[in-house]
Design a protein around this ligand. Structure first.
Ligand SMILES: Cc1cc2nc3c(=O)[nH]c(=O)nc-3n(C[C@H](O)[C@H](O)[C@H](O)COP(=O)(O)OP(=O)(O)OC[C@H]3O[C@@H](n4cnc5c(N)ncnc54)[C@H](O)[C@@H]3O)c2cc1C
Length: 359
């Protein structure tokens, strides 16, 4: 049987029966678990992680389970065309072209060199070099854009001090161009270090740097209270990583409510906020706060991802608000794209088509 037809059989079975793992395969039985089509999602950290992740996966609706399991079983060349709707391209020139187009629509950009969790100092330094190129290119092409970075790409998991040196090198270049660097927030294993590095930079007098808060994290209210006194520049998002229930909110509505609560606190605390969402409910909530607090345009901006909800973007700009588009590019597109697929169940049907036409 070909890989495609095995997968097709599995997908049909899930659609028909729902996915029920046999008892001996359900949790903890790592060896067996690797045989499961959901295994790519179950990263064993040796702390019962598989059990928790399995539990969350089985709580997802069947369509979402299908998307995630199907996509991650496919060979990357098959996934790539779908991934490219969220990515400017593989080269810096591609990103420059996209940001130019974004700027021509009176929107700003933030450019991201794709990559995360690098394993060696050489890879980190290559990433720093690529980000330097981005900053030079923004300047020479007169783009209205800044830079977003991920600390695990700069060596956070290798050596924190090495990572800090890398970030400071970039901030030095950004400062020369009067530009700005946003430190993205990654999974919960990095939150303390990321906020710690941000606070340290600010205490050293670095102003042109921002951080991200995730509304799905239970700790975020405390983090916001820590950030308000330093008037942090905060991007507020829902959070893109699957986290354990003990530390993360799960329900759509509770995450929305927490988002609005955090947004209100940040705006009242006079922090500059990047309101990063494609959720109409949250955009409308933000509009209401902006009106109630009579905020000038210069106190906040909306932010959206390249490839998502173009019409909402246009509406926000037409309504007179500032908006920034997150433009990722580069060859390490896989992890980023999987997170985007997770947020877009519709893509499942494109994937099915690809599977069946290929089998
Ligand atoms: C500029 C920006 C930067 C971000 N930075 C970070 C970060 O540093 N750390 C982090 O953890 N997360 C980050 N995120 C991701 C964020 O946490 C969410 O995972 C993501 O934005 C989806 O949440 P949402 O608020 O758009 O709401 P959702 O409820 O997920 O989406 C609302 C609607 O938008 C549409 N939509 C959403 N995603 C997609 C998609 N992929 N394809 C097609 N349609 C879609 C759908 O119509 C959906 O109904 C960022 C998001 C943005 C916009």
């Amino acid at each position: 049987m070909t890989e495609g037809s095995q997968l097709a059989k599995f997908l049909k079975q899930i659609l028909h029966d729902g996915f029920v793992a046999p008892a001996h395969r359900q949790v903890g039985a790592n060896q067996e678990n690797h045989k499961s089509p959901l295994a790519p999602l179950c990263i064993d950290r040796g702390d019962g992680g598989i059990r928790k992740r399995w539990h969350r996966l089985t709580q997802m609706n069947p369509a979402n389970r299908l998307i995630l399991s199907a996509i991650q079983l496919l060979p990357r060349p098959l996934v790539k065309p779908f991934a490219m709707r969220y990515i400017a391209g593989e080269e810096l020139d591609d990103a420059v072209r996209v940001v130019r187009a974004v700027n021509s629509k009176r929107m700003m950009g933030t450019m991201d060199v794709l990559g995360e969790n690098v394993g060696t100092r050489e890879e980190s330094l290559a990433a720093v070099g690529a980000c330097e190129e981005v900053l030079h290119s923004i300047h020479y092409n007169r783009l209205d854009a800044n830079l977003s970075i991920k600390l695990t790409q700069f060596g956070l998991k290798i050596d924190e001090e090495f990572c800090r040196t890398n970030v400071k090198r970039l901030l030095g270049i950004a400062s020369g161009y009067n530009n700005f660097v946003r430190i993205d927030m990654e999974d919960s294993s990095t939150t303390d270090e990321t906020l710690g590095l941000y606070e340290r930079l600010r205490s050293e007098g670095v102003e042109h740097v921002g951080v991200v808060i995730q509304a799905n994290m239970r700790r975020s209210e405390e983090d916001v209270l820590r950030l308000i006194p330093v008037k942090a520049n905060v991007r507020l998002c829902k959070g893109a990583y699957i986290e354990p229930d003990a530390i993360a909110l799960r329900g759509k509505e509770e995450i929305r409510l927490n988002y609005l609560k955090l947004l209100k606190r940040l705006l009242e605390g006079k922090c500059y906020v990047g309101i990063a969402t494609h959720d109409d409910f949250l955009v409308n909530g933000a509009y209401q706060y902006i009106q109630e607090m009579n905020l000038p345009r210069s106190d906040y901006e909306f932010q959206m991802l390249y490839g998502v909800k173009g019409r909402l973007r246009d509406r926000i700009v037409a309504d007179g608000h500032r908006l920034r588009v997150y433009v990722p590019f580069g060859r390490s597109w896989y992890a980023y794209s999987i997170r985007r697929f997770k947020e877009n169940p519709q893509i499942a049907w494109y994937v099915f088509q690809a599977i069946f036409s290929g089998s």
